[in-house]
Ligand binder design. Structure first.
Ligand code: NAD
Length: 281
């Protein structure tokens, strides 16, 4: 494989594009308009510059990564020559299906189509294409350039060849893969959303402050980040969509905390909007 397309240049798409570019792949990053892509370019350039200045990237690698990155609004131009497409748009099934149907028409028969969904069904997405055996979920973690894991989720019709292919890509990206059979929320989101929701319920009930809930989880249970600061990093709108899907598919245990719902209504979306459970200046 030499070329990959990433659809969606938000929190995750930017990180996935960065990781693919420094690993030697030619990358096409696609989003709805030039302005969004320009923001993504600024952020990715800043990340590349920082990695180079701190000595994490050699000069040749830094230069080739910049050359490898292409920002393209037209979906057909962005995707037609890639061997792998990774979709990282909002956590909405109808939107994902619409994009996969388009990709199925645009891309060559051998192209693998992956979704970065946190919770949803690659089987359901694959069934809307002519290549369900080549549809898989590649679940990256935030921030992508730091997190080692890619959870690979096999849909009902996903072939062994496709799973092997994405495992090799994961290894090329210097990541570790775990293979999971499809079930809502997989391993990580199912567990993490529950912990985060419980922390939000505790905050709402006045059990402790946000800072102390996070501190207790970090220092007492050795979590690298507290559940509330992690939810802010993920984006509270994204977390709410994850919870709604898990509630719909797995039941009552996953009912989104009313405080999360209220924060999203208020536009407090976490780090990306400047405020969530914490304030970001
Ligand atoms: P985000 O809201 O930051 O970014 C989504 C991007 O998709 C936006 O830039 C938007 O303009 C773009 N987009 C929307 N419709 C599009 C279309 N039709 N074509 C091209 N681009 C389009 O979302 P995110 O946090 O990056 O999440 C993306 C996916 O990754 C979701 O499925 C989410 O569940 C999953 N995920 C998120 C995290 C996280 O920590 N945020 C972690 C793992 C997985």
């Amino acid at each position: 494989m030499n070329q990959v397309t990433i659809i969606g240049s938000g929190v995750m798409g930017k990180g996935i594009a960065y990781s693919c570019a420094i690993s030697g792949y030619k990358v096409y990053l696609n989003d709805l308009n030039e302005e969004i892509l320009q923001h993504a370019k600024t952020a990715i350039d800043r990340l590349l510059d920082g990695s180079f200045e701190k000595g994490f990237l050699k000069e040749a690698n830094y230069i080739s990564a910049k050359e490898n990155l292409h920002y393209e609004v037209d979906l057909e131009t962005a995707a037609k020559d890639s061997q792998l497409v990774i979709e990282a748009v909002l956590e909405k099934m109808d939107l994902k299906i619409d994009i996969f149907k388009k990709l199925d028409k645009i891309c060559g028969a051998e192209t693998v189509l992956a979704t970065n969904t946190s919770t949803m069904s690659p089987t359901e997405i694959g069934a809307q294409t002519s290549r369900p055996n080549k549809v898989v979920a590649m679940h990256f973690f935030n921030p992508v350039h730091k997190m080692k894991l890619i959870e690979i989720i096999r849909g009902l019709e996903t072939s062994d060849e496709t799973v092997q292919f994405v495992k090799e890509v994961a290894s090329q990206l210097n990541k570790e893969a775990v293979e999971v059979n499809e079930f809502p929320g997989f391993v990580t989101s199912r567990m993490n959303c529950l912990i985060g929701n419980e922390a939000m319920n505790m905050l709402m009930e006045g059990v402790a402050s946000a800072k102390d809930i996070d501190k207790a989880m970090k220092l007492g249970l050795n979590h690298p980040m507290g559940p509330l600061e992690l939810a802010d990093l993920v984006g509270l709108d994204t977390r709410l969509r994850n919870m709604e899907y898990l509630y719909e598919t797995l039941g009552e245990k996953y009912r989104p905390c009313p405080l999360l719902v209220k924060y999203v209504k208020a536009g407090r979306l976490g780090k990306k909007s400047g405020s969530g459970f914490y304030e970001y200046t």
